[in-house]
Design a protein around this ligand. Structure first.
Ligand code: COS
Length: 379
């Protein structure tokens, strides 16, 4: 389904060069500052990276899923925070509008997101609702030609820099069918942000609470113009997002493999490079094999998506396998580096902390297992 192999190759090469020449050298600075240098964000804008998955009609690059995961594999090769800056605009912050938005919502928001002029974010999780997304309690009450929103959204990626949230709130009764999705601008009256969360890893990616206290949005802010569709919109966004995360995991695993091989070739113990010791070789071989397996999964699932197939099972399987897999690869990478792997001088130290989040967000591993089992056993 790739339209033009040359165009994709050139984009992949551009991103690969950008990652290696510009982003990897800035990883230590991101760790120290807990922020992405503004100049690099500007360069990402210039490369069109904010609008990769937004259709060309709206000023994006309009990548197919196979093309998108190909680029995600490259971006995963560096600190996940760099990908997160552009991640919400390409994924969970824009896809609700793309899949279910009204023509007016698409015309207004997508061109702005595609060029990175506004940052989109996705607000589903709440203090008491993470895995059980159908139980959210944030309410949206109709008041004339407005809705009034009250509630708190938690751990919202890019919220501190976001301009607009795809935000799920309850307009009806209990359960998934009572949820609607809204486009809530950051400058809406009654919307405020909590302090930036202090995370274990992925420094440079900012998350915080989004607090709604009698927050008023016009009635046309409801995605698709219809109440009660918000849970399904969120699920469609997540199906796609999970495949993207899987690709990022594979990119990170590749980096960890490369760092491990390079270290093992240079580190001499017992009179020879540790790469020549069989117990180290076993770890390298297992990591390379699992990384290759993950790569095959994401490419195959993306091809099925582009062919119009339902990929709920494949996306959940890829997310489950790849996020768990990169955890094992990161653990071996630290082991291969020995004491050095525990030191901040080596990239594997921050990757070890960074990749832990992949097993948690956009659905924990246990949620992926539930989704897979349900798909397998559905009548
Ligand atoms: N894709 C498309 N539609 C889906 C879907 C999916 N992956 N999952 C559920 N739906 C649909 C169902 O088909 C159902 O539609 P009908 O009412 O027409 O039958 C509707 O949505 C409700 O589904 P269901 O009854 O399965 O809802 P549950 O409350 O049981 O949902 C899961 C359970 C686990 C699937 C859901 O709560 C979930 O994905 N949780 C994880 C949330 C998450 O990833 N959070 C991370 C936050 S974003 S960083």
């Amino acid at each position: 389904m790739i339209r033009d192999q040359d165009v994709l190759e050139s984009l992949r090469e551009t991103v690969r060069r950008f990652v290696r020449d510009r982003l990897i050298p800035a990883e230590a600075q991101v760790e120290n500052d807990n922020a992405i240098p503004a100049a690099l964000v500007e360069e990402m804008r210039g490369l069109g990276l904010f609008g990769m998955s937004i259709p060309e009609t709206y000023g994006g690059l309009g990548l197919t899923m196979e093309e998108e995961v190909t680029i995600a594999l490259e971006l995963g090769y560096t600190s996940p925070a760099f990908r997160s800056v552009i991640g919400t605009n390409n994924g969970i912050g824009s896809q609700g509008i793309i899949v279910d938005g009204t023509p007016a919502q698409k015309d207004y928001w997508l061109p702005l997101m595609a060029r990175g002029a506004v940052i989109g974010s996705f607000a589903l999780t709440e203090p008491d609702c993470g895995s059980d997304a159908g139980a959210i309690v944030t309410r949206a009450e109709r008041d004339g030609d407005h809705y009034v929103l009250n509630g708190t959204k938690r751990y919202i990626t890019n919220a501190p820099v976001a301009d607009v949230f795809t935000l799920m709130a309850r307009t009806g009764g209990p359960g998934p069918g009572g949820i609607s999705a809204f486009l809530v601008p950051r400058d809406s009256s009654g919307l405020s942000l909590g302090p930036v969360d202090k995370k274990m890893g992925q420094r440079g990616t900012r998350t915080c609470d989004v607090i709604l206290q009698d927050c008023r949005v016009p009635a046309e802010a409801i995605i698709g113009g219809q109440e009660g569709q918000g849970f399904k919109t969120a699920m469609k966004v997540l199906n796609r997002g999970r495949l993207h995360i899987a690709a990022v995991c594979v990119g990170a695993a590749q980096r960890l493999c490369d760092e491990s091989v390079s270290f093992a070739r240079n580190r001499v113990q017992f009179g020879k490079p540790i790469a020549e010791h069989q117990l180290v070789q076993a770890m390298l071989a297992d990591s390379a094999t699992e990384t290759f397996a993950g790569r095959c999964m994401v490419i195959e699932a993306a091809r099925r998506f582009d062919a119009g197939q339902r990929i709920i099972l494949e996306a959940a399987s890829a997310k489950l396998f790849c996020s768990e897999m990169v955890g094992r690869v990161a653990d071996r990478a630290v082991q291969i580096h020995g004491g050095a792997g525990y030191m901040q001088d080596y990239a594997v130290e921050h990757f070890f902390r960074d990749v832990r989040l992949f097993r948690l967000y956009e659905g924990t591993s246990q949620i992926q297992q539930i989704i897979i089992a349900r798909e397998l056993t559905a009548a």
